[in-house]
Design a protein around this ligand. Structure first.
Ligand code: ATP
Ligand code: MG
Length: 562
């Protein structure tokens, strides 16, 4: 959705060529086809942006089609989550479709294939069939059931459908070519028996169509013009076309499958099956855990739809698999939040300071701008008093010249407040500094008088008034995996690379304006990063997720704020 014109990616090029060759633009139709066996992840975002992006570009309909052919793995919860995520990402589908709506049509077509001598029922064991399949270098051998009569096959297939056979005892196979160099063409399975209730068709069916049989025919039923899928289906294209040949009516649109590379993100896994394992083994707290690379997890973490779309747009579409560094995703969320997130103050690791010359019991409300980037975000009032928290790391008794924070005998500005000077500090028995005594300069209040008349000091610190501060649970996240590509190791499984320190929970103190914040509100805690309110937050206990730290180096922030 970037505004800058870009050269066409190879998928857009395929369509452009088709149009040049006379394909009618009105016949373009796309689909996004998730299997509802888990939540969508960042890899799916690429596919969503591709398909829905094409729809927008060509003003063509895009269906949301659930590829729900496996009742053992699929659930309504996943259907609901997928719909929610696509909407949240900002896309609208034309119609909501389910492969399961086509079960009858697929069955009828299968009967036609049997009648045409193109499919047969096989009752061998899966082991026997696997042996007959051959290897990539050796041709397969034909099943003894391959030449059964049409009548026999029709009876057997009907019995499969009626539930007269046990699971695994019979399958329907396409009769193609046991010597094909493409193993997928060696009489692939079209139907299997599963005595399982389906989340939509309940117990209407006990035979379920296989993916390859279902996908292309569903595209055809919906009159999808271009069916884009990931590279692992490149070998399936021949079969996709073979199945289409069986039912194709030349007056209709014939879907065309083309493949693009799967997107992988570093330091995580993008596979619903693997993400499901993290959920099942309670490595994370559900599919929307903010450490998950799911759309729901990213959303809860504080990512915006814009940031995810911009990320997908930047990485684009590729012909070859590669690993995208997670820092690119972080770059995009920072870039967007920098524009839209209000600035507030929160102290994560508090150190008490006392302004010895500020009258006890006095307090005042200081005006602080909500954004340095966007004036329209306005300002708010922040309470100031004699006792404040600053960040522990912002004070040292002694430090070199490059330390522009607080040190004994030196001055800093408190953001939107006064210039203070550290005079002395108090330590506990272990030598840890527990309090810093400072003086403030009453004439140095931010916003009082002209910019020029205000004294300038090098450092600016964020702070909160202890009396007014609100304590908040703050969840700090690190990468979920210690390895950049945890699921591609030969010697180890991805679960061996779980980062035991991916979540740290601390108590921080935030300014009182945040009391009214609600889940998914995002903020920049000045100098500390971007944070968003978690859904666990209650009226009595604020909970924040750290979305991402600030990219800017210390020096830059210092410049901006002073
Ligand atoms: P997973 O392994 O996570 O289950 P999948 O491909 O089986 O992935 P589907 O629900 O079948 O998941 O995917 C829906 C669409 O999203 C498909 O067209 C698929 O090719 C695409 N897709 C899935 N993962 C990625 C990815 N990492 N990058 C790009 N597209 C993807
Ligand atoms: Mg799949």
């Amino acid at each position: 959705m970037s505004e800058t014109p870009k050269s066409l990616n190879f998928i857009e090029q395929i369509i452009a060529e088709d149009l040049q060759n006379g394909y009618a633009e009105k016949d373009l139709r796309f689909r996004f086809p998730p299997e509802p066996n888990g939540y969508l992840h960042i890899g799916h975002a690429s596919s969503i942006c591709l398909n829905f992006g094409l729809g927008l570009r060509h003003n063509a309909p895009v269906n949301l089609r659930f590829d729900d052919t496996n009742p053992t793995k699929e659930e309504q919860e996943f259907v609901d989550a997928i719909k929610r995520d696509v909407i949240w990402l900002g896309y609208k589908w034309d119609t909501e479709r389910y492969a399961s709506d086509y079960f009858q049509q697929l069955f009828d077509w299968a009967v036609i294939l049997i009648k045409d001598g193109k499919a047969y029922v096989d009752d061998q064991s899966s082991e026997e069939m696997a042996i007959q399949k051959g290897t990539p270098t050796e041709p397969g051998t034909e099943s003894p059931n391959r030449n059964k009569s049409v009548a026999e096959n029709l009876v057997l297939f009907e019995s499969m459908k009626k539930g007269e056979f046990t699971e695994g005892s019979h399958v329907l196979r396409a009769k193609i070519d046991m010597t094909s160099s493409n193993m997928l063409m060696r009489d692939p399975i079209m139907y299997r028996i599963l005595h399982k209730a389906h989340h939509r068709t309940s117990t209407d069916w006990c035979i379920y169509p296989m993916y390859d049989w279902t996908h292309g025919e569903s595209d055809y039923i919906e009159q999808v013009s271009h069916s884009f899928c990931t590279l692992e289906f490149a070998m399936h294209r021949e079969l996709y076309d073979w199945f289409l040949d069986m039912v194709y009516d030349s007056k209709k649109v014939r879907p065309k499958q083309r493949e693009f590379a799967r997107r992988n993100l570093s330091h995580t896994v993008v596979s619903k099956r693997k993400l499901a394992q993290l959920v099942e083994h309670t490595i994370v707290n559900g599919w929307d855990d903010p450490r998950m690379p799911t759309i729901s997890g990213l959303r809860r973490r504080g990512y915006t739809p814009e940031s995810i779309r911009n990320f997908a747009d930047t990485i684009g579409i590729a012909k070859r698999d590669n690993l995208i560094d997670v820092s690119l995703l972080e770059f995009h969320v920072r870039e967007h939040l920098n524009k839209v997130a209000p600035r507030v103050m929160g102290v994560l690791d508090p150190l008490k300071i006392v302004l010895t010359n500020y009258p006890e019991g006095q307090e005042e409300w200081l005006t602080s701008e909500n954004s340095q980037e966007d004036e329209t975000l306005g300002s708010r009032e922040v309470p100031f008093s004699r006792e404040l928290y600053i960040e522990s790391a912002d004070f040292r008794e002694e430090a070199n010249k490059k330390f522009f924070r607080l040190k004994l005998g030196r001055e800093v500005r408190l953001k939107s407040g006064y210039i203070i000077k550290a005079e002395s500090c108090t330590k506990d028995a272990d030598g840890t500094i527990i309090e810093v005594q400072c003086t403030y300069d009453p004439k140095s209040k931010s916003g009082s008088g002209s910019e020029e008349s205000l004294r300038k000091v090098k450092g600016t610190l964020h702070w909160v008034s202890i009396k007014h501060a609100v304590s908040a649970e703050i969840r700090l996240y690190d990468r979920l995996f210690t390895d950049e590509s945890p699921d591609t190791r030969k010697d180890k499984g991805f679960m061996d690379f779980i980062n035991p320190d991916s979540l740290e929970v601390i108590t921080g103190y935030v300014e009182p304006s945040l009391k009214s914040a609600i889940p998914e509100d995002t903020f920049q805690f000045q100098r500390m990063g971007y944070f968003c309110v978690d859904k666990d937050s209650t009226e009595n206990q604020l909970v924040f997720n750290r979305t991402v730290g600030l990219r800017d180096s210390w020096a830059k922030i210092q410049e901006k704020n002073s």
